[in-house]
Design a protein around this ligand. Structure first.
Ligand code: NAD
Length: 440
């Protein structure tokens, strides 16, 4: 099928590459000239495992191309997918300006087209309930040519996005238009050969499904973090408690890892946007407000542990940070806990040396010359007063602890992701503070 994707970020690029891999004819559009030029030269501007190879293969086969020309892309396509950003606005709602701008551009292209072919406009961006209706109204005002607006929320996880897109647990399509349903079913059928479902529903329910899924996952994280903090108070070990509850099939093990809170470009903004949606309908989401508050507190709580250890004075102290991205296997630092924690350390006069396997280039745009960028994990901790682990990258799992101990000025580790066995860390001679477990 012929598909154009508007917005070549984490979602748009993965979607484009995944659809091209199944033999579709894909045009990716962005308004960011630098991005498009890079992509046209075969360089992927973001890190996502497997994406570079997938794109290279499909560029070689001529199944995917990149352009700034929205009109040409729309006119050449049967399906137009909107995958632009929906960041948080000042009030906490989703800022729909990019989505609506894209919708307007699509409509103008459809109107200028000499043909009269039916088009499906699908929203992949995470958008509040009612957005498809807004898009429909905008497009209908500009053109009287045939089209349908479909909600097609994306559930991929950064760090495993390619795999998630190629083998989705489910595909959700919100539409009441039969022709659009058939076209979307045809588009996704190669991805669902293992029997995972395409779930058709009404548009509003599809829009809500994405937010409810993210809100539930965020709730699990805030819940386990709150329980972890309580475990510390009562002298229990959240690691053991987690294993104890996870074996209950009603609970399960997934998404119940305590840490420094969730970050990224989705959970924080989507939880807040859902709170705002509820408010605009005169409804209060008490649980979600607490999910957001607990998540913010979790970072503060971790910082307090660091400050308490240093008797409230970290002026001139050196912290070696392991991990900057909001989670492992991505270079994305949007709303990353590392940003809040590093800013707070700097504000109190500390010196920060940081290492991340993939996110150093992102960090440089955020912290500029305020921190020292290390080339290896070990470089980050030379002569440091403490190692602070903030992202669970595989390469931090089994470091050479003798080397770590020799490099640190004092053998102190604050582990925001519970990567190490507390008793073993104590026997190795470290002061080891993690989350939801007694210090060792
Ligand atoms: P992103 O910021 O990485 O990319 C968005 C891209 O859209 C940018 O390259 C930007 O230049 C481009 N853009 C903006 N307006 C445009 C326009 N009018 N025309 C052409 N290009 C335009 O965003 P992302 O992380 O890919 O997220 C996109 C959407 O998908 C968001 O709504 C997000 O909530 C949702 N989502 C994200 C993820 C994720 O893991 N990142 C997962 C599921 C859903």
């Amino acid at each position: 099928m012929k598909v154009c994707i508007i917005g070549t970020g984490y979602v748009g690029l993965v979607t484009g590459a995944g659809l091209a891999e199944m033999g579709n004819d894909i045009i990716c559009v962005d308004k960011d000239q630098t991005k498009i030029t890079e992509l046209q030269q075969g360089n992927v501007p973001i890190y996502e495992p497997g994406l570079q190879d997938l794109l290279e293969a499909n560029i070689r086969e001529g199944r995917i191309r990149f352009t700034l020309d929205l009109h040409q892309a729309v006119q050449a396509s049967q399906i137009c997918m909107i995958a632009v950003g929906t960041p948080q606005d000042e009030a906490g709602s989703a800022d729909l300006s990019y989505v609506l701008e894209a919708a307007k551009g699509i409509a103008q292209a459809i109107q200028k087209d000499t043909g009269n072919t039916y088009k499906v406009i699908a929203t992949k961006s995470t958008v509040p309930v009612g957005t498809a209706e807004k898009i429909k109204a905008i497009v209908a005002e500009i053109t009287d040519k045939p089209f349908a607006v479909v909600s097609n929320p994306e559930f991929l996880k950064q760090g495993a996005a390619v795999e998630d897109f190629l083998k989705p647990d489910r595909v959700v399509i919100g539409t009441d238009d039969e022709q659009a349903s058939e076209m979307m079913r045809e588009l996704y059928s190669p991805f669902l050969r293992t029997g995972n479902p395409v779930i058709f529903m009404d548009v509003r329910s599809a829009e809500m499904t994405k937010y409810v899924a993210n809100a539930f996952l965020a709730t699990k994280i805030s819940f386990i973090n709150e329980m972890a903090n309580l475990c510390e108070k009562v002298g229990a070990d959240i690691g053991q408690v987690r294993v104890g509850i996870a074996s209950d099939s009603r609970i399960g093990p997934q998404f119940l890892f305590p840490g420094v809170g969730y970050g990224g470009s989705c959970f924080p903004k989507d939880v807040r946007a859902l709170i705002q949606t509820a408010q605009s309908f005169g409804f209060t989401t008490d649980i979600l407000k607490q999910v957001d508050a607990v998540n913010n507190q979790q970072r503060e709580y971790f910082l307090e542990k660091i400050l308490t250890y240093f008797n409230g004075d970290i002026q001139g102290k050196i912290f070696g940070i392991w991990g900057l991205s909001f989670k492992a296997r991505t270079d994305d630092m949007r709303e990353a806990p590392s940003v809040t924690i590093i800013e707070a350390l700097l504000n109190q006069g500390a010196i920060v040396k940081a290492f991340d396997p993939k996110a150093l280039h992102t960090a440089k745009t955020i912290f500029k010359d305020k921190i020292i960028y290390a080339e290896t994990a070990y470089d980050a901790i030379g002569n440091a007063d403490a190692l602070v682990l903030l992202t669970e990258w595989n390469e931090f799992r089994r470091p050479d602890f003798d080397r770590v101990k020799t490099l640190l000025k004092t053998p102190v580790i604050f582990d925001g992701r519970n990567q190490y066995d507390a008793a073993r860390m104590a026997s190795r001679g470290f002061y080891y503070m993690s989350v939801g477990r007694a210090p060792a």
